[in-house]
Design a protein around this ligand. Structure first.
Ligand code: MN
Length: 697
């Protein structure tokens, strides 16, 4: 039987408790929504991150052995592969596996934290830091139950890397050489963008070695193995190289070649384009003009997604601090604590890349704060353990530790309680997609805004034109065009865009679909081509079915969807914005209906007051569902000189005020009014939450 020393027992105990704590706090969300059917599918909660459906699709396809060309399913991604593995060996449903994977994997972060502290001979430091880090605000947000994404290991893996680097430098034991290299291999497999952090660790160690420990051969072995693990070549080759080199480095007769091996690793690194990513970024800044000057053809201008995302920079300091430590005061004390810790234990300076990346949030956006969480948790935990040392006896020492730790945890737990994130889709929406799956073929396309791309592909097992990773201005343009233009031109655009997309998979072209369409139909002005969609035209041969998925909730983003096609592609100038006004918070007075923001309907003279302006109403439409859940509508035609119509969606408690362009759009006609041209579309599914039509042409 194994007999553990006292300290090993204590280490294991601390790890177990911290791990259990991390899991338990993540179960608060499950507890809060227990029994809430709207968040459930197949008897399990659905996930709450859109991108998760991307990996879920890949895992689903791996498990079912589907290998479909050009469907964008990530069957080679690490997340999908690991998920498929877990789903295959564990006795839980697939839905349960993807829901709980983040809970258990992200909680592993407590292991390296406690093991690093063990190196500093201060296990309590590790235990307290682990408790705080595992539920630290931004770490929790991105690793909570259902947050199924790469984040679940994105901090765990570099923390293990930090642990093995710390132990390598401290102990110079061979095993940490291979552990460090393997960790880099796994981290890169899991998250290809890990490169920057790996390189920062490498550079920091190199500086340390050159300045403080130049004559120690072990250091060069460590650097060489890190470098081999980081080469810009296929993962299998790197694994083989790392194992081979490690085998050589362990042998006495190769000790005289360590410098050569290190030099070889650096040369190979440079030769395989190791600095390319850095160089590439630099080129982007320095030679910006040269990069974009190569464009030829029609030189179209597309709307960029960045124009719709609110400026990421200038985060308020309190927000930044909260995200890292849960409270501004904790954050400041953590910083002081970390400086003190690094002063007392210089080895902790190797954590600087994590802090650096975390502080990038100041300029690069909130998503980076997560990297600073565990390292700064060390800071506050160190202060707590130092304060406890001042206490007169053991009892008060542990009591003070407990009280201070609880005080630090408290704001973070409060945050967890209040962070009631909904699932991406509601049960009703997903049921619509599950029904669609029965009707649609795997090769068919479903057209919807990119926000719904991944979940649609996961639940309906179809293809999409745009998704969470494919939504640049040029691919969004046709989809935006279809959703916000009249049904007849949208139908043609749908057939064109799907067939052009498929054709380009087989023989890729340098130009965008929309540009290819324009030139192939004989236009050198895209605006003329778009106009020509209103006329008779010969469409490409139909190779598959096309469906439109129109969720009610897209109403909230209708103007944003429209912005992507409401642009003159030739000049890049935005066109006059169609009118769209929505109100869910209105009040009926005697003579008017107040819609808010200065808009009101005058019932008597049937006009609309918008600010100081009074305009007649073209038509007033009221929609409602009958007992059989069929959409019915009453339309009153009022004034044909007006361009503005009012739609009252009574069951949705929603008023729409729209101009003719918006009123006639495919989305309003097919989703809001179910007014479709039966020669072009077939209604497949119609629920209040989402409607699905099949294209007939
Ligand atoms: Mn597929």
């Amino acid at each position: 039987m194994l007999k553990f020393g006292n300290e090993t027992n204590k280490t294991l105990l601390y790890i177990l408790i911290a791990f259990a704590f991390s899991v338990a706090v993540r179960m608060i969300w499950v507890y809060q929504f227990s029994g809430y059917e709207a968040f459930m599918f197949n008897g399990q909660f659905m996930i709450n991150t859109n991108d998760g459906y991307y990996f879920a699709e890949g895992a689903r396809d791996i498990l079912s052995g589907v290998n479909q060309k050009n469907d964008l399913s990530p069957i080679t991604s690490a997340v999908s592969q690991l998920t498929a593995f877990f789903a295959a060996i564990l006795p839980f449903s697939f839905e349960s596996v993807i829901l709980y994977m983040p809970v258990f994997l992200s909680s592993l972060v407590v292991v390296p934290i406690i093991l690093i502290a063990k190196n500093l001979d201060n296990l309590e430091l590790g235990f307290i830091a682990a408790l705080l880090a595992c539920i630290g605000w931004s770490y929790y947000n991105r690793t909570m139950v259902g947050y199924y994404d790469t984040d679940m290991l994105n901090i765990v893996l570099p923390m293990f890397l930090l642990w093995s680097i710390v132990w390598a430098i401290k102990t110079n034991q061979d095993r940490y050489l291979i552990i460090t290299a393997l960790d880099i291999l796994i981290y890169r497999w899991w998250y290809p963008a890990s490169y920057a952090l790996e390189f920062s660790f490498f550079a920091l160690i190199l500086v340390y070695v050159l300045v403080y420990d130049r004559k120690n051969l072990y250091n060069y072995k460590l650097l060489a193995l890190m470098m081999f693990a980081m080469l810009m070549v296929d993962g299998y080759i790197r694994v083989a190289l790392v194992l081979g080199v490690f085998f050589l480095l362990r042998q006495e007769r190769f000790q005289k070649y360590v410098y050569h091996i290190f030099a070889a690793s650096v040369i190979l690194f440079l030769a395989t384009g190791g600095v390319e990513p850095i160089w590439f970024r630099l080129k982007g800044y320095v030679f910006k003009d040269l990069v974009s000057a190569g464009a030829q053809g029609l030189n179209l201008h597309f709307f960029t997604v960045m124009q719709t995302v609110r400026e990421a920079g200038s985060i308020p300091f309190s927000e930044f601090a909260n995200r890292i430590s849960g409270h501004v005061l904790t954050f400041i004390l953590s910083l002081i604590g970390f400086i003190y810790l690094a002063y007392r234990h210089k080895i902790m300076l190797f954590a600087l890349p994590m802090i650096g990346l975390g502080f990038l949030a100041m300029v690069g956006g909130l998503r980076f704060t997560i990297y600073a969480v565990p390292v700064l948790a060390f800071g506050i935990a160190f202060l707590i353990t130092e304060i406890s040392l001042l206490m007169p006896n053991k009892k008060i020492k542990y009591l003070s530790m407990a009280v201070l730790t609880l005080a630090v945890l408290f704001p973070n737990i409060r945050h967890v309680e209040s962070y009631k994130v909904p699932t991406v889709f509601s049960a009703e929406e997903v049921n619509t997609l599950a029904q669609l799956k029965q009707k649609a073929d795997r090769e068919d396309y479903v057209i919807a805004w990119w926000d719904y791309g991944y979940p649609i592909r996961y639940y309906a097992d179809v293809k999409t034109l745009v998704d969470g990773g494919k939504h640049s201005g040029e691919v969004n343009f046709p989809v935006s065009f279809m959703l916000t233009n009249p049904q007849d031109v949208s139908a043609k655009m749908a057939r064109l865009d799907v067939e052009f997309t498929e054709r380009n998979f087989k023989s890729p072209k340098a130009f965008t679909n929309i540009e290819q369409m324009s030139t192939e139909y004989g236009f050198d002005d895209t605006n003329d081509f778009l106009l020509s969609l209103q006329t008779q035209m010969k469409l490409p041969e139909k190779t598959r079915e096309i469906y439109f998925y129109l969720p009610f909730k897209m109403l909230n983003i209708y103007p944003t969807v429209g912005a992507f096609s409401n642009i003159d592609l030739m000049s890049g100038k935005a066109m006059k914005e169609p009118f769209f006004f929505m109100s869910r918070n209105f009040s009926d007075t005697q003579d008017t209906i107040e819609l808010g923001r200065g808009v009101s309907i005058n019932k008597k003279d049937q006009t609309l007051k918008m600010g100081q302006q009074i305009v007649p109403i073209r038509r007033f439409t009221k929609t409602f569902y009958d007992a059989g859940m069929h959409l019915k509508k009453n339309t009153q035609l009022m004034n044909f000189n007006s361009n503005i119509s009012v739609i009252y969606m009574s069951n949705y408690n929603t008023f729409l005020v729209v101009d003719e362009k918006t009123y006639n759009s495919l989305y309003i006609q097919l989703m809001v009014l179910e007014e479709y041209d039966a020669s072009l579309y077939e209604k497949i599914i119609a629920t209040p939450h989402a409607k699905v039509y099949k294209l007939k042409i």
